[in-house]
Every structure is written in structure tokens, then in C-alpha cells.
Design a protein around this ligand. Structure first.
Ligand code: SAH
Length: 459
């Protein structure tokens, strides 16, 4: 981190602005909003700046004069003259006064980020001087998500902190309370619409424990790997969780979106090397929720597609624990899109079938004669170890040995690979390229589209 974002308390503090043109005017506006007692030094000063300076004596119409800067809480240089800017920077540094030189990070001891001002809620975005335009674009995105009323919301919450501290003894309880309250979307809406009486009702209900449950499990489909394939809901619930249970399929970058202080527990699931048996995972989920924790159970892909999500919630239902299930992008969708292989296509396939290729004792007991439709795409999950069996059984059952098949390895991730062949060549191709888990098999004539529709070129 090149800069630590901090907040400068400038209200009623003398701040020197050197410069009086358009750029200086922008800075003057900002400093005035922070309540600074503006002092301005410049040969010419815009009318707007004049209006922002509280004491007319604090405007000096003269060029930079190497004055001492120790008496100022901060100095902002906004002149077009590089030498002057450098001299101001030197002078400020000599007296340890924070200095900002507009558009020259090398002369600054502090930089001014792009700001979303929902006072008292302040959101700042900085690119550490690399690209103010990028920071501003991001600011616009955030601005649309957090409308004006969020200032009111922050004020409301601030005004009730003491009451909450008096009612709820432990920090954990307080955090649950605030997160539950903010999780009540109608509460936020009431405050945004200035319907304070209704907001107070929700507040009281939460504080007295009505309608605010402590422990819960969120069974979250995290998608096949690319963190951006998570849903908004997945992200929101993940960020509320105190404990995160995750397994091998959770892509890099997804865990980082959890709260930093959340416990992260790896529950494994390498093939034939289960780090934590399913029964133990189920027990753990229930026990953690009962102890008052909000538990995110992160699942690769979708929890209800070969994800044992059903078994996990059975246990929760039996234990009377609150839970939510969040659907995710399943590996078949992710792999197909990122490999440029549409699972259905008017000219190729009118249906698609998801099949488990998980072998037991090197055997795969499947109704092979149901997989003969040339106009249906077959997707095998967990099929790599049984690839040879799958290819052989399909041909034995009557599929053309020239049926196209693709192995999509590590779909949607930066190191995705697609290995394409036919039912008769794929085993050899796999031996040559030795793909690693996780991999998905896609079978059917849609696979031929890969060469023309591929768009995702992994790093
Ligand atoms: N619930 C998951 C599937 C879990 S079963 C989902 O909906 O996607 C595990 C299998 O999913 C793996 O053996 C592999 O076949 C497939 N899989 C999961 N993530 C994958 C990925 N990124 N690339 C390829 N296959 C993947």
C-alpha cells in the first residue's frame, strides 16, 4: 500500500491554498466543505474562492514568497508553476506540514482521493495517483449504489450507538445486532425515505431479539472459480459470515471477499482423500450455528448440483437452524461459456444432461443406453478418473466413436485449458496433456463450435 487512507480533521484549522485559478477553486470547494479556515496566496483569485474564504484578510494577492508553513494544518499547492510547487512541497516537508501538490504525487505527503460525500459517511477511492480517471469512474459506480440518504442512515446509526452499547454487553452481540439491522432491507428503505418511526420499530424489534436470529447457515454457490461469477447475494451473505467453511473447489480470490476476521475452515474434498467426512461437515455446520455464529458454507458451482447441498440442509432442518441456499453458476455453465461451447444450439443440441462420472472401485454404473441421443449434450462432472470407461461405454452402447468431446480443465480460471478430441482419441489426448482436477467433460457436436466461438484466452 503506497498510501494509508486517513481522515484529516480540518474544521476551523488554517489551511493554505496556493493558487487562485480553476484547479485551486476546486480544491477550495473541497477544503471549505471540510470546514477548513482557508488562507489563499495567489496573484489572482477567483470570485468563488473569495466567497469561500471566511476572513477576507486571509486572501493575499501576491506570488509565492517562501513563507514558513508550520502554522498551517495542511498546505495545498495548485499553481501551474512546477518550481513554485516544488518549493512549497520542500517548505511544507521541512516543517512536517502535510502537503498536497495537485497532479504531482511525487511532491505530495498526502493525496486527495475521489470522494463520495454522504456526510457523515465518506467513501474515498484512490489509485495512489496512478489514474485519477479510474478512481473517478469507480466513484461513479459506487455513487449509484449508495444514494444521498446513506448520510442520513449513518447519522441515524451513530445516534443510537450508546443505546445499543448499553443493551448488548458483548462485542459479538453488538456486531450481530448491527449486521442484522442492516440486513433488514426495509430498515434501510425506511431511513432512506425518512420514515423514521417505521425505522425505529425495526430497530426495536431487532434490539429486543424479535426477528433477529443469531446463528444461521448460508449455503452459498460460489461458482466454478472466477470470483466475478458469484452473485450479489452470495457476496452479501459471505461478507456477513463469522465462519466460512470452504473446500478445494473454491477459486482463488473468493475467500478474500469474506470478512477479514472471519474464521476460515478448510473442509477438503480431494478425490478419495476427504479431509472432513460429510457427516462431520454437517455436524459442524449445525454446531457452529447453534453457538450463535453465522456460517457461510461455500460450495463450488451450485450447491444443488452434485454439491450435497440437499444433505447439508437436511441436517439443518432437523436441528431447527435458520439457513439460506444461494444458487451459483454450475461448472457446466461456467466451463461451457468460457470454452465457447454452447450447451444447447439450434443446429446441434436441443437438450443437455448433467451426469456424475464419479467411479466406485473403477466402475461406473450408469444407464448408458439413455445417452445415445446425438442432439443432446452430455456433461460429466467428476469424470476425469473414469474418462476411459466413459468413452468406452458410450461407444459400446452405440455412440459414434467420432463423437466430439472436450475436457475443460480449471474452467473460468486464469489457467483454464480445453482439450478436445473424439470418443476414440480423447484418452490418448488426455495422456499427452495430463489435465488436472477440476475438469469437466462435454460430449456432443456442440464441442466442434469451440474452435470458432472461443473467446476466453487464459493467461
Ligand atoms: N456443485 C458443483 C459441482 C461439484 S462436483 C457445481 O455445480 O459445479 C465436482 C466436479 O465439478 C469436479 O469434479 C468437476 O467435474 C466439476 N467442476 C467444478 N469446478 C470446475 C471447474 N472450475 N472446471 C471444471 N470442472 C469443474
Amino acid at each position: 500500500m503506497d498510501y494509508l487512507p486517513v481522515g484529516l480533521k480540518l474544521s476551523n484549522q488554517p489551511v493554505l491554498l496556493v493558487g487562485g485559478g480553476i484547479v485551486a477553486t476546486r480544491k477550495a470547494r473541497l477544503l471549505a466543505r471540510a470546514g477548513a479556515d482557508l488562507h489563499v496566496l495567489a496573484p489572482q483569485v477567483s470570485d468563488e474562492i473569495r466567497g469561500l474564504v471566511l476572513d477576507p484578510d486571509h486572501i493575499q494577492l501576491s506570488p509565492w514568497d517562501d513563507r514558513p508553513l508550520g502554522e498551517y494544518a495542511a498546505v495545498v499547492a495548485a499553481t501551474p508553476d512546477q518550481e513554485v510547487n516544488a518549493a512549497i512541497s520542500r517548505g511544507a516537508k521541512a516543517s512536517m506540514t502535510p502537503v498536497n501538490v495537485v497532479d504531482d504525487p511525487s511532491l505530495c505527503t498526502f493525496i486527495i482521493p475521489a470522494i463520495i460525500d454522504r456526510n457523515p459517511l465518506i467513501i474515498s477511492v484512490s489509485s495512489s495517483g496512478c489514474s485519477p480517471v479510474l478512481a473517478r469512474r469507480i466513484r461513479s459506480d459506487i455513487e449509484t449504489r449508495y444514494p444521498e440518504g446513506y448520510g442520513e442512515l449513518a447519522r441515524y446509526l451513530g445516534s443510537r450507538r450508546d443505546e445499543v452499547s448499553a443493551s448488548l454487553g458483548s462485542e459479538n452481540e453488538r456486531r450481530y445486532f448491527w449486521e442484522t439491522l442492516l440486513g433488514e432491507s426495509e430498515f434501510i428503505n425506511h431511513v432512506l425515505h425518512s420514515n423514521i418511526a417505521a425505522a425505529n420499530d425495526v430497530f426495536q424489534a431487532c434490539l429486543s431479539g424479535d426477528g433477529y436470529s443469531r446463528g444461521a447457515v448460508y449455503l452459498i454457490g460460489a461458482g466454478p472459480g472466477d470470483p466475478e461469477l458469484m452473485t450479489f447475494k452470495a457476496l452479501r451473505l459471505l461478507q456477513q459470515a463469522d465462519v466460512v467453511l470452504y473446500d478445494r473447489l473454491i477459486g482463488d480470490g473468493i475467500l478474500e471477499m469474506a470478512r477479514r476476521d472471519a474464521d476460515k475452515i478448510y473442509v477438503g474434498k480431494e478425490r478419495s482423500q476427504h479431509s472432513m467426512p460429510q457427516s462431520e461437515i454437517n455436524e459442524n455446520l449445525a454446531a457452529l450455528a447453534k453457538s450463535g455464529k453465522r456460517v457461510a458454507r461455500l460450495k463450488g458451482g451450485d450447491p444443488f448440483i452434485f454439491g450435497r447441498g440437499g444433505e447439508e440442509i437436511e441436517g439443518l432442518l432437523a436441528a431447527g437452524i435458520d439457513f439460506e441456499v444461494v444458487p451459483g453458476v454450475t461448472a457446466a455453465s461456467g466451463a461451457a461459456c468460457y470454452a465457447g461451447i454452447p450447451l444447447t444450439h439450434r443446429d446441434h443440441a436441443q437438450s443437455v444432461r448433467f451426469i456424475t462420472g464419479h467411479t466406485k472401485n473403477h466402475r461406473l454404473d450408469l444407464p448408458w443406453n439413455q445417452f445415445l441421443n446425438e442432439h443432446e449434450t452430455l456433461v460429466f462432472y467428476m469424470g476425469l478418473a473414469g474418462l476411459g470407461i466413459i468413452a468406452k461405454e458410450l461407444v459400446s452402447a452405440g455412440r459414434d466413436p467420432n463423437t466430439p468431446i472436450a475436457i475443460v480443465e480449471k474452467a473460468t480460471r486464469g489457467d483454464q485449458r480445453v482439450i478436445a478430441g473424439t470418443l476414440s482419441t480423447i484418452v490418448k489426448r488426455a495422456e499427452e496433456d495430463s489435465p488436472a482436477a477440476p475438469t469437466l467433460l462435454i460430449i456432443g457436436s456442440v464441442v466442434t463450435l469451440h474452435s470458432s466461438l472461443r473467446w476466453f484466452e487464459p493467461a
